[in-house]
Design a protein around this ligand. Structure first.
Ligand code: ATP
Length: 162
């Protein structure tokens, strides 16, 4: 998802000779999620694991990935591959199968999406195998980003109108 900063309506600009004073704009923090290291990075990689669906549960499929902590997932080899060792992978942020889209948005997306309001170009995209949950997550976070962006537009216009 790529979000561009919305422009101020021309009618409002005409009545406001110098554009809106910076002090009146509710600036959104531009820091990216993921802590101090992520702030230095241009790219933040977040992983979300989805729960097994009904079909997978009925088939007694095993969960292949487990969250160790907020940053690490580990691949659990199937029983027939007993000799294989669990392999940990580290990311800027990891969301487990019980995570809510709300949390993914608040902790992993919001700051990046809203940085566009400060003129920063930001792209958020999902990558993963078929049925891994890309649409489910992107639809949820897009709805939330649009609500936040429109709320920002309304707030800025209220300030200009006053
Ligand atoms: N976090 C989640 N919690 C509950 N159900 C989920 C979650 N993520 C995905 N699902 C469900 O898993 C199924 C597959 O998800 P989705 O369609 O988003 O996958 P996808 O990666 O977009 O697939 P494709 O690449 O085939 O388009 C859907 O039925 C969706 O509702």
């Amino acid at each position: 998802m790529t979000v561009k900063a919305p422009g101020t309506p021309t009618s409002k600009i005409d009545r406001t000779p110098a554009s809106t004073p910076a002090s009146k704009i509710d600036r959104t923090p531009v820091s990216t999620p993921g802590g101090p290291r992520a702030k230095e990075e241009k790219i933040v990689v977040t992983v979300r694991l989805r729960p097994l669906n009904k079909r997978e549960q009925l088939a007694k499929d095993q969960v292949a990935w487990e969250c160790l902590d907020d940053n690490t997932i580990v691949y659990k080899p199937p029983p027939q591959e007993r000799s294989a060792q669990p392999v940990p992978f580290t990311f800027d942020k990891v969301f487990g199968p019980s995570s809510l889209t709300e949390s993914v948005y608040e902790e992993g997306v919001k700051n990046v999406a809203l940085s566009s309001l400060m003129g920063i170009n930001a792209t958020i995209f999902a990558y993963g195998q078929t049925s891994s949950g890309k649409t489910y997550t992107m639809r949820g976070i897009t709805e939330k980003a649009v609500i936040d962006i429109y709320n920002h537009i309304i707030n800025v216009n209220l300030i200009i109108a006053n």
